[in-house]
Design a protein around this ligand. Structure first.
Ligand code: GTP
Ligand code: MG
Length: 337
């Protein structure tokens, strides 16, 4: 397939730079949203502290990893310095506290895969999910944020990819497509493997940050301000990278044998991970290794139907960028599968 295709992108690819950058800029949350998020976090801290003086609150997910678009909900993690056996009890207590402080739509979802309390703050209009002791999510949030500081093209590429995925209906894990977290890892991997590389492999460098979480060593080089020129030998623009990303996932990736691994900065084999056959519900049809929970395949939600949808969407995106006279409209055309 790769051979049949033109390997070079269309000559006028640079014409897509301005529209892609305009989309990127329009998706960046304005400063006042940050202020409101901090305001809500401060209120939650005040309420939580009264009941559990030693507990701490952390933001995680898109509101803290720098890949959040405007008007996103915020993800908060309540961390106790001890193991919690019964999260339901804590969540119900928390819901109680929040309810009596005029927060709206307070709901404890104690049976969800990740049990949470949901709420809406009437003062700021922000909705928020609070989970308990999900420290790995707080740490992988920092990893993503640190990668984003190295080269602005990661954030540009990931915003375009997330916007595409939401428009095309392929950012819905409950329907077998991929999470935003998975898409950002796919972007990081893509920028690690291009030549010259635009991103380094932080987990392969000197470990300046090191924490143990749930018996997993989370360690990497986090002095990223020292890496601000890392990607500069590569002059590719966002338009070329978006083209490259979709071509990679449409025609360049070996779905049968490869696992993408941000941890190693490369491809590893399914064989090596023993991800060659279906185990339980994990089918490993597209393999994306979590950087810290390395037994965790973020593609595990993808089934034999949704893998077709995904691959057809990657091919469609690559072809639209390659041949369509008006790719910016076509690429993001809303679609429900
Ligand atoms: P949007 O809300 O879509 O803008 O993106 P988000 O970055 O908040 O992504 P998402 O809701 O996919 O994930 C929230 C956070 O949960 C991620 O940033 C990770 O820190 C954490 N997380 C860890 N493991 C997983 C996983 O297997 N699936 C998902 N979805 N999230 C995970
Ligand atoms: Mg989120």
């Amino acid at each position: 397939r790769m051979l049949k295709r033109q390997m070079a992108c269309r000559g006028d690819i640079h014409r897509l730079n301005a529209p892609f950058l305009a989309i990127y800029e329009s998706l960046i949350p304005p400063e006042e949203e940050r202020t409101k998020q901090k305001q809500l976090l401060a209120l939650l801290e005040k309420l939580v502290c009264k009941e559990w003086p030693k507990a701490q609150l952390f933001l995680y997910g898109s509101c803290a990893n720098s890949f959040g678009v405007s008007k996103s909900d915020i993800d908060v993690c309540l961390v106790f310095n001890e193991d919690i056996n019964d999260k339901s009890e804590i969540l119900l207590k928390l819901a109680d506290i929040l309810q009596s402080d005029n927060l709206q739509n307070v709901q404890a979802l104690t049976h969800a895969r990740v049990p949470i309390v949901k709420l809406k703050d009437p003062a700021t209009g922000i909705s928020c999910d609070i989970c308990i002791n999900n420290v790995l999510a707080v740490v992988n949030t920092k990893l993503l944020r640190d990668y984003a500081k190295i080269d602005v093209r990661l954030r540009q590429l990931a915003f375009i990819v997330k916007h595409w995925a939401k428009s095309r209906g392929v950012n819905e894990t409950y329907r077998g497509t991929l999470s935003s977290y998975a898409y950002v890892l796919m972007c990081i991997h893509f920028l690690q493997q291009c030549r010259p590389a635009i991103l380094p492999c932080l987990q392969g460098m000197e470990k300046t940050y090191n924490v143990m979480v749930d018996n997993i060593e989370c360690a990497y080089f986090d002095k990223v301000e020292q890496l601000s020129n890392f990607g500069s030998p590569n002059k590719e623009t966002v338009a070329q990278l978006v083209w490259g990303f979709f071509n990679y996932w449409a025609y360049g990736h070996d779905y049968a044998n490869s696992v993408i691994s941000v941890r190693t900065g490369s491809i590893i084999s399914k064989q090596e991970k023993d991800w060659t056959r279906r185990v339980g519900n994990d089918r490993h049809l597209i393999c994306i290794e979590d950087p810290f929970e390395i037994s965790h395949d973020l593609g595990r939600v993808v089934d034999k139907f949704s893998i077709r949808v995904l691959r057809e969407e990657f091919e469609r995106a690559a072809d639209v960028i390659q041949y369509d006279p008006n790719p910016c409209v076509k690429l993001f055309a809303p679609y429900v599968h």
